[in-house]
Write a protein that binds this ligand. Structure first.
Ligand SMILES: [Zn+2]
Length: 80
């Protein structure tokens, strides 16, 4: 009898852990803008290619905007 209880508790714990893993391993970040059902760049609104999303599921920007962001020069405090 107690074995049955243990089994069901183990099964429950297992499915709970699976649910936790799903959340835990979900990509961080907002991801693309999906407001119209199409993954779009949050910067320029262009559609993000499926190939990019396959590699970066939580990409928030298209490749062009992402490169822009990464190549942004260090802010120069004073320039004459
Ligand atoms: Zn963009």
């Amino acid at each position: 009898m107690s074995d049955n209880v243990d089994d069901s508790q183990a099964a429950e714990a297992k499915s709970r852990q699976a649910a936790i893993d799903t959340v835990r391993y979900r990509p961080r970040g907002l991801g693309p803008d999906m407001s119209d059902g199409t993954p779009r760049c949050r910067e320029c609104g262009d559609e993000i290619p499926a190939a990019r999303l396959a590699g970066v599921p939580d990409a928030e920007r298209c490749l062009a905007c992402q490169e822009d962001l990464e190549q942004e020069p260090e802010p120069t405090p004073e320039q004459e």
